[in-house]
Design a protein around this ligand. Structure first.
Ligand SMILES: Cc1ncc(C[n+]2csc(CCOP(=O)(O)OP(=O)(O)O)c2C)c(N)n1
Ligand SMILES: [Mg+2]
Length: 733
């Protein structure tokens, strides 16, 4: 079967125009195979041997047409759940599909973690897909950017020891194309438009395929698409090749994809293939389309079933007889029945393995490999703009982050930096006259000037675009170190962070990973920052398995932790407190280009015997002030633990201190209720109860947003006074 597909692929991709009889038979074979796998799954679902079913019925002609115009393992694929025929024709076997349906341990796409039709194959370049509609559009864009980057900078693909590169396989081809598909309903998602934006602007070789079956579950096309036709809406995007085809006609579909591929391979820009197809089955097994579609409409659709149409053509043109078609279909039935038998006998996943691949098993950021704090000699090596001449002068957190970015970019050609306003200037020519911006907080200043616009550039003003593309870059082995301009505006990217970035490794059972670094200025105490420039909210991210969350409180820690974040193999949210960027008290000399701090190692900021105060970020200096006052005025000796990383966090340091002091305050800037401290307090209560002489206390902001007027801001956010009172109070308990 696979051999036949490749023979079709080779002869038709030579640009021969219409298809031969043999090729049409092969296409019919793929289409029927796809439908038969669906029908088998439906049977298994009725028998309660599988747990979910969604079919690719009606989309087969479009999928086979696309697959035959492209090359598996060479081109890249971001399909969606209707793409069964596409994936079969690319080389996923019916057995592999059914292994996923039964949730087998040997399901190669997810090891029993994902629903059926959530494909993924590193061999075929099919990137693990989620159930979220449209997120993959942005991954496809980043993937195309990475392919272009590697083909222009092949030396960047070289394996390197000592960081994530040792574990990321890189393959690329100068003329590769990237396929990304979705339903017409899903084109309503912003991510679809954000992807068109960047693919168009950067002339990327992405083929966007809209599989338009007229419905999004029960919602008809005109509700999602003004005017009812997506082709009309996208027609003005520059650099695109556009095709609108009858997606029930395999030959027309194939020819559209062939032209789209030619446009993309030639480097002319992206392509948009809009295929009109049908949905002969309900949305999914659990849906009943007779509740919202008339009988007449269903009957009209049945006449456009791509299998019916192709069968009629084969008969009409005398390519196959009815008996030959029956024999072919019977052999496919047999093949699928055997595949189902194999799947039903396959071993099931073992419960003990379920936490595997939440994080990298190859590179542990808590390990001693990242403990180079002692080895590095402060002040001996200059870091980027922060100190071109070697100097032991203390520098701010902003300087040491900037210096780390410079040094890491010099060391690792796979790093790209992008985000809103991070470039010195998008119009490079102006840099002859002006200094350049380099970020609203200047954290990325000078990076574009040193490393060029291919590695450091501005993104559109769209946060999901920034993170979604980073996922696509990273699955190719690149290291995007992106910036979200303000934590307050991270929310459009939360879907990508929660459902894609942090999940990629686990949901693909370790097959795919996207170790991205997201740098985010966070926090208040700005005097006038108000609601939309003062937010905290780290616990919403520490609650996501798969994501590392870092929150340094001083310049030196920021430098060493950012280096670990960049070199490690997990996605990292790197939170930078805006108020600490340029403080004088937390400055440090540049520690050199190999200075790294492992994750999960707290720092004892102030040793003490009476009480433990656990904190991080901007509350570290405030806690220190409070502790000094408590010592002065009440002779209370407070031990302050700066967690530095929130996931993982240093439980050993907490436990050791609590066992010593028996009194604990957990203090953070974020709102008190459901905050990060709730988890730590609960765990202390649970595991260290016997050592406690008093209840665990928490200090946090009022349960409200930060107001503009400084009197209100001061009252809302925890102050040194608040912490001081908590210390005195708890000691007296
Ligand atoms: C972000 C998101 N919202 C909602 C859903 C639930 N959902 C799954 S499929 C679907 C309809 C998709 O319709 P369309 O894009 O036209 O694709 P089709 O199923 O018709 O091929 C919806 C609403 C989802 N999976 N993801
Ligand atoms: Mg649809």
């Amino acid at each position: 079967m696979e051999l036949l597909a490749s023979s079709v692929r080779e002869s038709v991709s030579a640009g021969s125009g219409s298809l031969s009889s043999r090729q049409l038979v092969d296409i019919y074979r793929w289409m029927v195979l796809s439908r038969r796998v669906d029908d088998r799954e439906i049977l298994l679902k009725r028998q309660q041997k599988i747990y979910f079913q969604i079919s690719g019925a009606g989309h087969e002609a479009l999928g086979v047409g696309a697959a035959l115009a492209m090359r598996p393992g060479y081109d890249w694929f971001f399909p969606y759940y209707r793409d069964r025929a596409l994936c079969l024709a690319l080389g996923v076997t019916p057995t592999e599909m059914l292994l996923q349906a039964v949730g087998a341990a040997t399901d190669p796409a997810s090891g029993g973690r994902q629903m059926p039709t959530h494909y993924g194959s590193s061999e075929l370049n099919i990137v693990s897909l989620s159930a979220a509609t449209s997120t993959q559009m942005l991954h496809a864009v980043g993937c195309a950017e990475a392919g272009r980057y590697f083909s222009r900078n092949p030396e960047a693909a070289a394996k390197a020891e000592g960081d994530y590169r040792a574990f990321r396989e890189v393959k690329f081809h100068g003329d590769e194309v990237v396929y990304a598909s979705l339903g017409e309903g899903s084109t309503s998602q912003g991510e679809f438009w954000e992807a068109l934006n960047t693919a168009s602007n950067r002339k990327l070789p992405v083929i966007f395929c809209v599989e338009d079956n007229g419905y999004a579950i029960s919602t008809p096309v005109e509700v999602n698409t003004p005017g009812g036709n997506i082709s009309r809406l996208v027609a003005n995007f520059p650099n695109f090749y556009f095709a609108e085809v009858d997606g029930t006609d395999a030959e027309a579909s194939f020819l559209a994809f062939q032209a789209a591929v030619a446009h993309c391979r030639a480097g002319l820009g992206p392509a948009f293939v809009h295929g009109h197809c049908v949905r002969p089955y309900s949305h999914a097994f659990s849906d009943d389309d007779q509740l919202y579609r008339t009988q007449a409409e269903l009957e009209a659709d049945a006449l456009r079933d791509p299998l019916v149409l192709m069968r009629a053509r084969l008969l009409r043109e005398g390519i196959l007889t009815a008996e030959e078609i029956a024999a072919l279909e019977q052999s496919l039935d047999q093949q699928v029945a055997e595949a189902a038998e194999l799947a039903l006998q396959a071993p099931l996943p073992v419960v003990e393995e379920i936490t595997r691949h939440v994080y990298s098993e190859d590179l542990d950021p808590t390990s001693s490999a990242f403990a180079t704090e002692q080895a590095a000699a402060p002040g001996t090596v200059a870091g980027g703009k922060a100190g071109r001449a070697p100097s032991a002068e203390p520098r701010t957190m902003a300087d040491l982050i900037n210096g780390c970015l410079h040094d890491e970019m010099r060391r690792d050609p796979r790093i790209v930096v992008y985000g809103q306003d991070v470039a010195d200037a998008s119009r490079e020519e102006v840099l002859a006259e002006v200094k350049g911006k380099g970020g609203v907080f200047k954290l990325t200043a000078g990076l574009q000037s040193e490393f060029g616009s291919e590695r450091v550039f501005n993104s559109p003003l769209a946060e999901a675009n920034i993170v979604g593309r980073a996922i696509g870059y990273a699955v190719r082995g690149m290291k995007p170190v992106v910036e979200i301009q303000f934590f307050d505006y991270i929310w459009p990217a939360y879907h990508q962070i929660h459902n894609e970035l942090s999940l990629m490794r686990w949901r693909s059972n370790g097959e795919w990973a996207c170790p991205v670094v997201i740098r985010v200025p966070i926090g208040g105490y700005l005097t006038g920052g108000a609601i939309y420039h003062s937010q905290s909210g780290e616990s919403l991210f520490t609650h996501i398995p798969g994501l590392r969350v870092v929150f340094p409180s001083n310049a030196l820690d920021a430098n060493g932790l950012l280096r670990t974040a960049i070199r490690c193999d997990d996605p990292v949210l790197f939170l930078e407190h805006k108020r600490l960027y340029r403080e004088t008290h937390d400055r440090a000399p540049y520690p050199g280009p190999e200075f790294a701090i492992p994750f999960g190692k707290a720092r004892i900021v102030r040793p003490g015997a009476d009480l433990t105060l656990i904190t991080y970020g901007a509350l570290v200096p405030r806690s220190l002030q409070a502790a000094e006052r408590a010592k002065r005025e009440h002779n209370i000796d407070t031990e302050i633990i700066d967690l530095r990383t929130l996931n993982p966090y240093d439980w050993e340091a907490i436990a050791e201190s609590v066992k010593k002091t028996s009194r604990v305050i957990m203090a953070h800037e974020d709102m008190l209720s459901w905050g990060y401290g709730a988890e730590i307090a609960a765990r202390i209560g649970d595991e260290l109860f016997d050592y406690l002489d008093a209840p665990v206390r928490r200090v946090g902001a009022l349960d409200t947003f930060v107001a503009y007027q400084p009197i209100l801001e001061d009252a809302i956010l925890p102050q040194p006074e608040t912490i001081f009172k908590a210390i005195v109070d708890l000691k007296a308990f």
